[in-house]
Design a binder for this molecule. Sequence first.
Ligand code: HEC
Length: 210
Amino acid sequence: MKKILAAGLVSALIFGGAIASEHEHEDIKEEVVEIGQKASKKLLKTLVSELKKAMQEGGPYKAVEVCSQKALKLTEKVAKEEGVEIKRTSFKYRNPKNAPDEYEKEALEYFEKALKEKGQLPKYYVQKVNENEYRYYMPLKVKAVCLTCHGDPKHMDKKLLEKIRALYPNDKAVGYKEGDFRGVIRVSITKEALEKHEKHEKEEKEEHHH
Ligand code: HEC
């Protein structure tokens, strides 16, 4: 398959038609989706297993500490391993470091609108920021377990809420319900990372021939 796809083809092949982006992508590469998907899935898996472990070992009170001390570090670790940059962001963020920039706001709006209109979250969204940077976004949904720390403050454990408010005085990340759109994992992929990926794939193919 050709590496560079025209906008129409992209929606047909990558977005599967029904979840085509409204944004016109001129030459989004398949590799952007491959790299983005791999990195965001890996981060999600890492964070969820870390969260589960902390909840089991010390309950939510302990898990908040883990989230606040480890989330950013684990994000950096996975990013480094995958040769990309990763950020978690949301309109209603808890840590001000996770506040969205203009491009991220556009992606967040895209998912919100799609969920409202189609009742379903698209699998991903891709942007070309400039000649050197593409972005891949994976949407995150609120699950029952998330409500312990992101739910209605009236129903949250008082001590836990106090602790969250002490750590994040301007916390916006409460008041969610199950099924809500929570935010995204954003993966930035540079031209250099794409070239490395292409080279790596080519080498793998050649190995298979021998
Ligand atoms: C034990 C409490 C706890 C649970 C459970 C929890 N979170 Fe969080 N969440 C936090 C804390 C604390 C932060 C701030 C982390 C930081 O400082 O980077 C956070 C941050 C986030 C962020 C980054 C954006 C922001 O608001 O700063 C996302 C996205 C997120 N959580 C999604 C989820 C999802 C989805 C679930 C359920 C699978 C979940 N969280 C469960 C405590 C929790």
